[in-house]
Design a protein around this ligand. Sequence first.
Ligand SMILES: [Zn+2]
Length: 81
Amino acid sequence: MSWYIDSSVIVKSDGNKDWWKNEYGPSESVPVSGIYRCLGCKREVTSNAADRFPPQNHHQHTVDQGKIRWKLNVRTATDGD
Ligand SMILES: [Zn+2]
């Protein structure tokens, strides 16, 4: 979960782009800069476009949490508006 305050500037997206829908595994290429959430354990990371997601050994899951799968939670406007 990401937090914000009253003065935070957040705009709702329609979510139609693939980067909102796809899930990404460890060390895969990051499609857009933002805050990504692991669907298994709810941990979040900030990752920059064209970098790679954290490697498999970044954190450990229980069997019930399944594989590490990163999903975009908040996209950052690295180019300004
Ligand atoms: Zn996790």
